[in-house]
Design a protein. Structure first.
Lengths: 157, 157
DNA sequence: TTGAGTGCAAAGTATTTGCATTCCA
DNA sequence: TGGAATGCAAATACTTTGCACTCAA
């Protein structure tokens, strides 16, 4: 039994909102996926609740975000990626070649945020930080040197 | 007379592509704007070429990116933001409250990229780096402490 | 019981694509 | 002239919204 669902019930109760199975399904799916677009979440939820509509996924994710249970980032192309708020102590490395997203625990990210705060007064949300680039396996596959720009005329992003 | 346009002609010729006025307009607009969404570029271009269609803006930006003349990042919500490739030596600070985008020259960004490369083999494109957060003026306006999450139920992003 | 929450379908918004026409090389 | 590039409109993808029905409290 996922602990997040328990937390969810508590948070919802605290706000006088209703704990519905749909909301649990969406949260469970997201927990299982780690990070995912609304579309992927919907796919995943279909397995346990075939009638749950995309609208509900969008509405639920928005609500969960407002409640501070989940957060989202804009990785690559179009769809935003959601993940548990408790899962926010890392940054995302998004490969523009294969579209893969890996997480990284990087201390320097905080140093960067600190510097930006000191010099520009800008308060960075480190949890939403994502780096665009090329992952290790893609860099190995393609001809590392020259290919970077010329090779993929149609990058993932 | 913008120097970028001269460079554009050269780059296009080198690839056997045609130098059309539309392509110059798009590039000029982007140069003037600094960084902008396809939509904003189109708006700007309307002033000099009212008949230029949105499709052409999209196609041109895609081409220019492939040519390495411009680059894009995903700032806030949906629309990608384009900027000149020569303009890539900075990172973006995107305010989720007011949507404003400011640029910052931060040395630590490179250090962060270096650490990620060393530990994960991930090659970061520092030019695409953007930080999500709250800008100085917004932080000052809203109640800085508690309000961060509770206040704006509907953040810009 | 009763109104918050859901499902469905229609409406938006952003971007892409097909094709006939235009015009750069 | 000949084919690349454009403009227009239709097509897609993604997300939001209106409304009647359902069900958690």
């Amino acid at each position: 039994m996922p602990e997040v669902s328990e937390e969810l019930d508590a948070v919802l109760r605290a706000r006088g909102l209703r704990a519905t199975p749909q909301r649990r399904f969406v949260l469970d799916a997201l927990e299982r996926l780690g990070h995912a677009t609304p579309d992927r979440v919907w796919e995943q939820v279909q397995a346990v609740a075939p009638s749950l509509s995309p609208s509900t996924v969008y509405r639920t994710l928005e609500l969960l975000e407002e409640l501070g249970v989940v957060a989202h980032t804009h990785l690559g192309h179009g769809a935003p990626s959601y993940h548990l708020a408790t899962h926010a102590d890392h940054i995302h490395l998004v490969c523009r070649r294969c579209g893969d997203v890996q997480t990284a625990d990087v201390r320097r990210a905080q140093q960067l945020a600190d510097e930006v705060a000191a010099r520009y007064g800008f308060v960075t949300d480190v949890g939403h930080l994502s780096l665009d680039g090329v992952c290790a396996s893609c860099a190995a596959t393609a001809d590392g040197a020259t290919g970077a720009r010329a090779a993929g005329t149609k990058p993932a992003s």
